[in-house]
Design a protein around this ligand. Structure first.
Ligand code: CS2
Length: 498
């Protein structure tokens, strides 16, 4: 006789959860959905939705979340079946803490058509739109921040503005509908790891809207705020083992469970159009300028993750925590951050950069967080500008060494090159520039100088003045020689010895 499957999480189960699981004690039925979030992945569920749950628990003020996905996965069969409820596990080495989050009150699948998303985003009830749509979701040119008018989705949306596919197209259409119906102001808050994310979001939405007409552009200018924000919490994609941990540890099934570390941070630029959920009452900070926080986080924590991901894959390590357990890679990344990255940081109120580096490295050693190097390596073309190239540019401007920071840049290239037919497609990659780099590798072969010349000529990633810098080029060529050799870790050892 087989045992019956465990009951699924849902409102009916809330009252019978094990006592150690914290759950919403507030009245979910009384929530008013005033926040729409686009991109309800693991990160959102571990971050903004948890802050909102904290706010509801401590200062019940009725802000509920509508979770929208405009790309896979579908939410209906997971979060939807659980009435928006899900388990957020904190895993810190041996420690496991479960909590059920209740702030998402409605989910909307808008993958086949933008119409369901537009209905929500244009509603007068929505006062705040937040988003985690990944770096490439903004359809911007990474090296300049401008809207990429050659992007196929942008071309489609400009030709078909009422049935958009892209984030800028959907947001511009929603704003047009708001302008035409009720005219209520709205704040659009990017929660993605791109530099000056509010400025980039504002740029792409305005650039799109301007092509729709002056009236819309002027209305946006007067009624929409695009604050920048720094968001932080390590929350990898959920695995079957995580779902199993909930089942075995707590006795119920949750197909929408998410896992994160304990650390979290959210710094939001204090520039809103209208009402705003008081996330600052539950640990977020509202500040005048996010830039120093954003540099610190993207250059240190994200810079370390990206470095460990490329060097980690090349060295045969599966997860961040495996890569950083290797003394060579740990030593390399610590030296890179302290010797080269740290001097590029701006003073950050209340945070000593050296201590932040140590704290970040220690977060990455958490063995219970199974963050795959291939996951972090995804879309590197959209990440390396803010994580590596900007600090490199700052150092070059002062004539300072970039011997260490240029290694992971070559690491990104080697990662994509090795996915080419030349290397028997060593692994599967996902990056908007993957095909272009693979084609270069197929064409020029293993000639580091020719590879560097062709890849550095991609202006969307490498601005021409950086690409032309002789020091940078020489380091990239040496990095490719070393990392594409049979002993990539030997090369890292050699750089460390210099
Ligand atoms: C990671 C981030 O996949 C990635 O690019 O570097 O998702 C990272 O874990 C978060 O930014 C941490 O806040």
């Amino acid at each position: 006789m087989s045992a019956s499957p465990p009951e699924s999480l849902g409102p009916a189960l809330l009252g019978r959860l094990p006592p150690e699981i914290r759950k919403p004690a507030y009245d979910r039925a009384a929530l008013e959905p005033g926040i729409a979030h686009i991109g309800v992945g693991a990160f959102h569920r571990c971050h903004q939705a948890e802050y909102t749950d904290d706010l509801l628990a401590s200062h019940f003020d009725r802000w509920g979340l509508v979770g929208i996905n405009i790309r896979p996965p579908l939410l209906a069969g997971t979060l939807g079946r659980q009435s928006g409820l899900y388990t957020r596990l904190i895993r810190q080495n041996d420690e496991v803490e479960a909590r059920v989050i209740g702030s998402i009150v409605r989910i909307v699948d808008s993958q086949d058509s933008a119409a369901p998303a537009l209905d929500v985003l244009a509603s007068p009830d929505i006062e705040m739109v937040t988003m985690t749509v990944t770096e490439k979701g903004y359809c911007h040119i990474p090296s300049s921040g401008a809207l990429d008018l050659d992007h196929p989705d942008i071309a489609h949306d400009l030709a078909n503005p009422e049935t958009p596919r892209s984030v800028p197209g959907i947001l511009a259409r929603a704003l047009e509908l708001r302008m035409a119906s009720h005219g209520r102001p709205v704040t659009m808050l990017s929660c993605d790891n791109i530099p000056a994310n509010g400025i980039i979001l504002g740029n792409v939405v305005r650039a799109f809207a301007e092509r729709r007409g002056r009236k819309l552009a002027d209305w946006i200018e007067a009624n929409v705020a695009f604050p920048s924000a720094m968001v932080d919490r390590i929350a990898p994609a959920t695995t079957a083992a995580d779902i199993d941990t909930v089942e075995k540890g707590f006795g119920y099934h949750d197909s929408a469970a998410v896992v994160s570390e304990r650390f979290r941070q959210w710094v939001i630029e204090n520039r809103f159009a209208g009402r705003v959920p008081r996330w600052d009452r539950v640990g977020a900070s509202f500040v005048d300028d996010v830039t120093p926080f954003e540099h610190l986080k993207m250059r240190v924590l994200n810079g370390a993750q990206t470095t460990l991901s490329y060097l980690g894959v090349l060295g045969g390590f599966e997860h961040t925590s495996d890569a950083i357990a290797d003394p060579l890679l740990a030593g390399f990344v610590r030296r890179m951050l302290t010797e080269e990255t740290l001097p590029t940081l701006m003073p950050v109120p209340g945070m000593a950069p050296a201590a932040y580096i140590e704290q970040s490295l220690s977060r990455l050693t958490n063995t219970a967080i199974r963050h795959r190097n291939h996951q972090i390596a995804t879309d590197g073309s959209q990440k390396i500008v803010q994580r590596l190239l900007n600090p490199i540019r700052d150092r070059l401007a002062k004539g300072e060494s970039i011997a260490l920071l240029s290694v992971p840049v070559a690491g990104w290239m080697a990662y994509l090159i090795k996915a080419s037919a030349r290397f028997g497609r060593a692994w599967q990659v996902s990056d908007p520039f993957a095909e272009r780099v693979a084609a270069i590798a197929d064409r020029v072969g293993l000639n580091s100088k020719a590879l560097a010349d062709a890849i550095l000529a991609i202006e969307a990633i490498f601005d021409p003045s950086l690409a032309a810098n002789a020091t940078f080029r020489a380091h990239v060529v040496a990095g490719l020689d070393g990392l594409l050799s049979n002993d990539p870790m030997g090369f890292v050892r050699q750089v460390c010895a210099e």
